[in-house]
Design a binder for this molecule. Sequence first.
Ligand SMILES: Nc1ncnc2c1ncn2[C@@H]1O[C@H](COP(=O)(O)OP(=O)(O)OP(=O)(O)O)[C@@H](O)[C@H]1O
Ligand SMILES: [Mg+2]
Length: 375
Amino acid sequence: MYVEALELSRYRNYEKLSIELTPNLNIFVGNNAQGKTNLMESVYLLATGRSHRTFRDGELINWDREKAQVKARIKSSMGRFTMRVILSRNNRKRFWIGGEELNRQSDLMGYVNVILFSPDDLQLVKGSPSLRRHFIDLCLAQVSRVYRHDLVNYTKVLQQRNNLLKELLGQKPQSELLSVWNEQLIELGSRVMYRRAVAIEIMARFASVSHSQISGGDEVLTMRYQPFYNTGLHNKSISMEEIAQEFNEALEKNKKQELRRGTTVVGPQRDDILFEIGGKNARQFASQGQQRTIVLATKLAELEFMQEEVGEYPILLLDDVLSELDLSRRTAFLETIGNKVQTLLTTTDRGHFSPGDCLDIREYTIHDGQLTLGE
Ligand SMILES: Nc1ncnc2c1ncn2[C@@H]1O[C@H](COP(=O)(O)OP(=O)(O)OP(=O)(O)O)[C@@H](O)[C@H]1O
Ligand SMILES: [Mg+2]
């Protein structure tokens, strides 16, 4: 799938923009504060319904305006269609596929898939577990409607259970009330966890291959799912039954603590992903360059995983991340994505890229929210 054309109106620092993209490599060159990230963000918004930088949609509308629009013509196995998002200061945001308006933001996902890699993603290795959960959730939400629904419903049940626990605080414990919620919590939670486990197992294989390609083969990356109940190392595949059983036992074991603290202390909201380089925990030991390579390998693994699930590659958004790789890693990376993935790449320095002849390249210069084709 790819974006054939993109139009922005009154979006951030873009008053009016209309560009065509190549299905291969699109390079956007510009100095700081010219609109490179804003452009990446607009494509991310079309795919996921929200910005990767803010929850406040009002920030996406140009300061002097009331409304903004992002529109794109997409080509995918579903055919050719347009997607449109309208943001306004006083109303909720609205989404269209072709002429048809969508009822819910979550219905937007799956029409066009993206993988974004920005400098913030370097936190994936050393940052909090919530970042790693967000990574796997966004990936699975894009490829699976069932996962989307399970995750939303799990979160609702968790919220309701937490409300009840809060109400019970300071009262005589009545844990029977809780068991009403436990069944649903375990059922939905186990489905979410099982899907994560399977996906990470598949991605781990791709990640280790990409990682050795990018790093020249001297380092071995392992990536592993760490379900909330298991803090030790875990190599074998897990089953849905095992997860449900562990979840049930963990709830039993922590009943007293939950009633004392007034919140649910176990569940997939406590899951994590473990990265290791040569058997050493990357969260503790990886250098800056190693973290960068791990994240890159992980994003490439996500790319292959999504391709297997959906039958086509998602769109790759690389916001200012390649220039800090050394030349050989950068070239290896661009060779790996080759002609198969539509890539939108931003950089402050065009001199950093020599992606070979195989790629169809389109290059834009960004200056103050205006794009010009060519250098
Ligand atoms: N709602 C808005 N209305 C108008 N301008 C905005 C709005 N939001 C952000 N901007 C401006 O857009 C400009 C470009 O931002 P952007 O983050 O895209 O820069 P960039 O090209 O990615 O820069 P860098 O290389 O530093 O990452 C900034 O100067 C910012 O002040
Ligand atoms: Mg930027």
